[in-house]
Design a protein around this ligand. Structure first.
Ligand code: GLP
Length: 248
């Protein structure tokens, strides 16, 4: 079962998560890191940027892979996940742009794009740590409920719940503006990471977190499919942990 760390605030969640990544980079400077987008990891990226600036945390040999990208958006679109990563993290650290891999939402052949992504992960020896968020419905990356445990990187459709959550003004202003499809690493792809760190903050995530940790192992809650991972840690704030019944 995942290890669970409950923090008082989302600032504390970000500090803990960034410390895990910093330790990884210091012990293996050419680490392969998996990253996520969304509001939840923003403070973690700000903390990593701070560690780079103030303590010289060195990203010069690090390679990164992102979980997903909206289908149809190019990397210059301000809601694309490539734009998000450049804006929140990459431009603030000394990572080499050619070592950052974000699926291309405008690829002519999505199947080839997804295959190339998986091949690239294998070519660099697999992902050392993958940072994840969680959707209100328990999705991880854009693996919506029903996604198989062995799913690979592919073109997927988004559920209305995810479209609505991402058009509440934080990102898109209007549900009609949200792409209906995305390229997403599969659950099988993510589960192959040697270590997984899932972050959740805020009460909107409380049901999904309870289902992921204390419900059955089922594709109905994609994050529950991490229950049997050998090295998975959930870092939660007290609001996201508020519906857990067990003591951690
Ligand atoms: C999107 C992303 C997920 C992310 C989720 C939650 O759907 N594809 O990777 O975990 O949103 O985002 P937030 O952190 O903004 O709640």
């Amino acid at each position: 079962m995942p290890k669970v760390i409950i923090c008082k605030t989302d600032d504390e969640v970000a500090k803990k998560a960034a410390a895990i990544f910093a330790k990884q980079i210091r012990s293996k400077p050419d680490s392969v890191l998996g990253f996520a987008t969304g509001s939840t990891p923003e403070k973690t990226y700000a903390e990593l940027a701070r560690l780079h600036k103030t303590e010289g945390l060195d990203f010069s040999k690090v390679r990164t892979f992102n979980l997903d990208e909206y289908w149809g958006l190019d990397g210059d679109h301000n809601q694309s996940y490539r734009y998000f990563m450049n804006d929140r993290l990459f431009k603030h650290i000394n990572i080499k742009p050619w070592n950052t891999f974000v699926l291309d939402g405008t690829a002519v052949n999505p199947m080839l794009e997804c295959k190339a992504f998986e091949t690239k992960i294998l070519a660099v020896g697999g992902v050392d740590i993958w940072l994840l968020g969680i959707g209100n419905n328990g999705h991880i990356a854009f693996n919506e409920p029903g996604s198989p445990v062995d799913s690979r990187t592919r073109l997927v459709s988004l559920t209305q719940s995810t479209i609505d959550a991402n058009s509440d003004g934080r990102f898109f202003k209007n549900p009609a503006d949200v792409p209906r499809c995305a390229l997403s690493a599969g659950i099988g792809t993510v589960r192959e990471a040697r270590k997984i760190v899932l972050l959740a903050t805020g009460s909107k995530k409380a049901d999904a977190i309870a289902a992921a940790l204390e419900g059955p192992f089922t594709p109905d809650c994609p994050a529950s499919l991490l229950q049997d991972h050998k090295d998975c840690t959930f870092i939660l704030d007290s609001a996201a942990a508020s519906k857990l019944k067990k003591k951690y």
